[in-house]
Each structure stands twice: as C-alpha cells, then as structure tokens.
Ligand binder design. Sequence first.
Ligand SMILES: Cc1cc2nc3c(=O)[nH]c(=O)nc-3n(C[C@H](O)[C@H](O)[C@H](O)COP(=O)(O)OP(=O)(O)OC[C@H]3O[C@@H](n4cnc5c(N)ncnc54)[C@H](O)[C@@H]3O)c2cc1C
Length: 414
Amino acid sequence: MRVVVLGAGVVGVTTAYALASRGCDVTVMERRSELAGEASFANGGQLSYDFASPTGSPGVLRHLADYLLGKDEAFKIGLSFDPAFLNWGARFLVNCTPGPARQNAEALARLAQRSDGAFKRVIRQAGVQFAHRKAGKLVLFNSEDDFKRAATRAEQAYKKGRALRPLDTSACLALEPALNCWRGSAIAGGLYAPNDDVGDARTFALSLGAAARDQFGVDFLLNTSVRAILARNNQVYGVAADDGDVAADAVVVCMGVNAPRLLRPLGVAAPVQPIRGYSITAPAAEGAPSIAITDLARKMVYSRIGENLRVAGFADAGAQRTDVAQRRTDLLLRRATEAFPGAADFSNVSSRWVGVRPSTPNSLPIVGETKVNRLFLNIGHGMFGWTLSAVCAEKIANDVILGERDSLLDRKAA
Ligand SMILES: Cc1cc2nc3c(=O)[nH]c(=O)nc-3n(C[C@H](O)[C@H](O)[C@H](O)COP(=O)(O)OP(=O)(O)OC[C@H]3O[C@@H](n4cnc5c(N)ncnc54)[C@H](O)[C@@H]3O)c2cc1C
C-alpha cells in the first residue's frame, strides 16, 4: 500500500516510521529543507507521560479578562475577527467548563500514559539517539489551594496506575537540590512524575527519519510544498505539489497548524489553531536541575537536555504584534535568569525560538479517517505533541492498514 504522509514534524516522522515498519510503502512530503523545522524544532523537551493537562480549564474562565486585556504575562489572547478563530474560541470556552474539562483531562492523561509504552517500542526498534534521559518531572504550584486540589487528584490518579505523587515544599527541595537556589514563584508544593523523560524533539525526529529511510526505505521529499489533496468520488488518489502530482492509496495529514487550509476544499473541518510558545537554550551550569521542572504559575518549563538548559513556555493565542518573538523571548530569558540564576550561562544563549502549538478546542488530537475515504488526520497535538506522537502514530498506522478503531481517540474535537 502506497501511503503519502504530509508534513515532517515530529508527528509526521513518527507516523511514517509506524506505517513503514508495518509494511507500507511510505513517502513523506515536507515544504522545508529539513525535518522538524517548525513546531517540533526547540520545544520544552519533556515527554510527559504522567502529567499532561488540557489548556482549557475552569481557571481559564476565571482569568479570561486578564488574558484578553494582556494583564497576564504567561497567557495572552489577542483579539482576532477571523471566523475560524472565533469559532475555535467559542468551542474552547465550552471546554473550559467543569464537565468537559474533567473529561478532557482524563482522556489526555490516558493517552499520554499510553505513549510511554509506544515510545519505548519505537526507541528500541529504531535505535534513535536524542539526549534521552529518564529525568522525572516536578510540577511546581505557587498557590496552596491549587496544590491541595491537584494533590487530591494525583492521589486518585496514583490509585489508577499513574506515577504521580504530591510533595510538600521541603520534599520538593530535598528531591531537587537545585531548587534551593530557586528565586521564582513561591513553592506551595509539587507533583512528582518519576517516569517522565527529557530529550531533544528535533534530534529525535532527525534520528527517527534516518532510521525510517535506512530500515524501510521511506522516501522524504523535502522542499516540496503541497498544494492540494486529490480526491474523486469521495476517495483520495494522490497529492498535488509544486513540482507535480504523487499517487497514493492513502494520505495522512500531519501538517500541524497548516492542515485546516488544505482540508477546507474537501469539506473536512479541522478545528486547529496556533497557540504560540517560545524557548531559549543556554549552556547548563552547575546549578542546573537534573529533574525537569514545570513552573505552572508562569507557564514555564526547564529541561536539562545534554549539555544545555532549555527554558520554554508562555501561551499566546489569536492575533499578535509583529515583534512578538523578540519581546516574548526577552521576557522568558529575564524570568529564567531571575528564577534560576545558577542554572545556565544565560549570557550565552545559543538559540531563541518561537513555535506554534497546533491546538484543538479540547486539547485532544484529531487522529483517524475523515469522511473522505482513505484520507486520515493526525493533527492538533497542542502542548504535548511530542509526548503524544508515538501513541498517535501507532493508532493511525493501525487505522490505515487494518481499518482499526480506537475508542479513546475517536472523540470529536468538540
Ligand atoms: C514552546 C513550546 C514548547 C513545547 N514543549 C513541549 C514539550 O515539552 N513536550 C511535548 O510533548 N510537546 C511540547 N510542545 C508541543 C510540540 O512541540 C508540538 O505539539 C509538536 O511539535 C507538533 O508537531 P507536528 O508534527 O504536529 O507539527 P509541526 O512540527 O509543525 O510539523 C508540521 C510540518 O508540516 C509541514 N507543512 C505544513 N504545510 C505544508 C505544506 N503545504 N506542504 C508540505 N509541508 C507542509 C511544516 O513545514 C512542518 O514541518 C511544545 C510546543 C511549543 C511551541
């Protein structure tokens, strides 16, 4: 079976590997000159199997005015009159109400947890190298009330098999000594996820892409911009690119935030909007944490990846000013320098990056066949796209080959 995968971010590459390792003849089309050049380039580096939570929550409704008025430095919503954004925004707000938010949190947690096994399988089979480390993750809370609520939920999750433990402030400091030099938000307590990993997502994609080519002959067509998906009689038969058409028995769309534009002419709705985030990378110093740290209040993460410290964070939806990248990475750098002064050589930042998280209203990816036969989507992985990539790749490969259905992922992006 000839399958064309559109997009070579971490989701597209993982999908291509899963399909090829199950016997498909796979071609990947990517408009950039390299793999993982967009949302997967310099992300937070966390594989969050036991702590993944949706963007939409009742807390967002409480602070909505701050986000809209630019009063919250970590989360901003720029007013946009684009109908697709307004429609997405209305659905996002529904998903912030308690019932849907709880359901989404449970579904996302289950999916992330399943990705642990899927990652182990792909790492073992492909032999990928990506500065991978079982670092564990500590999520810090600055409010007593939030921590108490999260601790209760973590105790329940622990009983269901998730490796997630609440720690009081002194236990956090004992677990990660680097936090004794922490000057960031107050630490009311933390959730510790010992199984979570860190690594470099771009290196993962490059290494997995090389394995896909070498082990299974996957063909990567780089510098190839896809113009249209070709279908007749409600059946996909190929893809049109700038330099010609490519025939296909099945097409899997993994184009992140660009997917909706290409799907629209086929009448396939894909509620995916960009939520921008930023990162800086600097040489790690003696005071760098070994455990991956998430500062929930500031929406920032710190991950030691190889010799470097990656600091990533913030969430900006809707319209933004054109100088956003410079201003937001300046702020990220300032906050990191204040919070963790000895963690890195912040005077020697090697990379500043802005990326767009392909986000659905309910924070769950859209993975499965569309109403057009043999046209599949693997998009909308949002804040945890790298974490979810392995389990979603296995699911879509089984769908393409066997027509399997997976109830966990068949929820609509409401
Ligand atoms: C600041 C930040 C921190 C993050 N931290 C983490 C983290 O710690 N852990 C985690 O799990 N996730 C994290 N994420 C999320 C994760 O990085 C994304 O969800 C993931 O990279 C999305 O991958 P993707 O392959 O769907 O999209 P992309 O990587 O954007 O890939 C889509 C590809 O499609 C290509 N494409 C688009 N249009 C066309 C076209 N017309 N023709 C050909 N090719 C096309 C693009 O060039 C691109 O290469 C973070 C994201 C950000 C922004």
